[in-house]
Write a protein that binds this ligand. Structure first.
Ligand code: NAP
Length: 289
């Protein structure tokens, strides 16, 4: 059965993800708070809606990709929200990066209305969203995951059902720990080379051929050495994700010393007025100290 789709949140990530669903031939109803972001989808024949409620009235599966936990809560449960228009049996798929605990609360509230929630945050950035090669980490029931998987395949390549509700957001928190700590490590290595009077670019080149090689050394390392901090992934969004990591770790009773340090340095990036820059601007903070 081909189901009718909805998409709420057409930002850097949501717009290309929704375009990939539309271009795959599905009916897609969309909503964005800033209406002009829907123009490209309108041109492709998508239905433009005035509210999340209207999206839900026109869809069996409703994808969401907005900024943070309160924003997801607002588009689902706020005035004119998804629950006002969704039919029993619908599935809400939240692809934003938000709190795992809040996700479980939202899932329970939706279940009481016979609506499933799948949490499905992504990794791969704008490039992956445009190319349809995102890594998608999902939480929810096997049945709900199986129902939405064909649509995930139009947006991503590595699609993993991690576990029950909230498990996708826990996986994304783990992802952000690895990225933040890697950026910190690359920044420290580049700084050490520089302070030793050695060409940091040559050091990066040498390291890229060995066990220290990584996407972060390649991409973020290059951003640091060329002083090009155009995002990528904004430091303020990475800091938002690390706040989720810290809260999740505290609740689980686990200390994350390296992630804590990277979180502090992301905070310093924002304090320096660089929150809109790529999170590799951690290097600027280290250089200043
Ligand atoms: P973005 O470009 O800033 O877009 C955010 C979207 O959310 C916009 O469509 C915005 O609408 C909408 N929005 C925010 N608050 C809202 C509210 N209260 N009500 C209704 N709509 C609201 O951000 P993005 O980069 O696409 O990120 C979206 C999510 O994906 C975030 O959770 C982020 O952490 C995650 N993510 C991002 C990346 C990346 O590389 N960028 C990678 C992986 C995951 P307006 O257009 O009206 O502002």
């Amino acid at each position: 059965m081909t189901e009718k789709l909805g998409f709420i949140g057409l930002g850097i990530m949501g717009l290309p993800m929704a375009l990939n669903l539309k271009r795959a031939g599905f009916d897609v109803a969309v909503y964005n708070r800033t209406a002009s972001r829907g123009d490209a989808l309108k041109a492709e024949g998508a239905k433009i809606c005035a509210t999340p409620k209207e999206v839900a009235e026109n869809a069996d599966i409703i994808f969401i990709c907005v900024s943070d936990t309160p924003d997801v809560e607002h588009v689902i449960f706020g005035a004119g929200g998804v629950v006002e228009g969704a039919k029993a049996g619908a599935v809400v798929v939240d692809m934003s990066t938000i709190s795992p605990d809040a996700t479980r609360e939202f899932a329970a509230k939706l279940k009481a209305r016979n609506i499933d929630l799948v949490d499905a945050p992504v990794s791969g950035g704008e490039t992956g969203a445009i190319a349809g090669t995102l890594s998608i980490m999902a939480g929810g029931t096997v049945e709900a995951f199986s129902r939405v998987k064909p649509y995930f395949e139009k947006m991503g390549k590595n699609i993993v059902h991690v576990g029950a509700s909230g498990a996708g957001q826990v996986a994304k928190a783990c992802n952000q720990v690895v990225i933040a700590v890697s950026i910190e490590a690359v920044a420290e290595a580049m700084l050490l080379a520089e302070k030793c009077g050695v060409d940091a670019g040559k050091v990066r080149e040498a390291l890229l051929g060995g066990f220290a090689a990584s996407k972060v050394l390649d991409i973020h390392g290059n951003r640091m050495l060329t002083n090009d901090y155009k995002p990528g992934f904004k430091a303020k969004l990475h800091a938002k994700d690390m706040a989720i990591v810290m809260e999740t770790a505290a609740k689980a009773g686990v200390a994350l010393p390296a992630a804590t340090l990277a979180t502090l340095n992301l905070g310093a990036v924002i304090k320096n007025g660089d929150g809109e820059l790529d999170s590799s601007a951690i290097y600027k903070v280290l250089k200043k100290n």
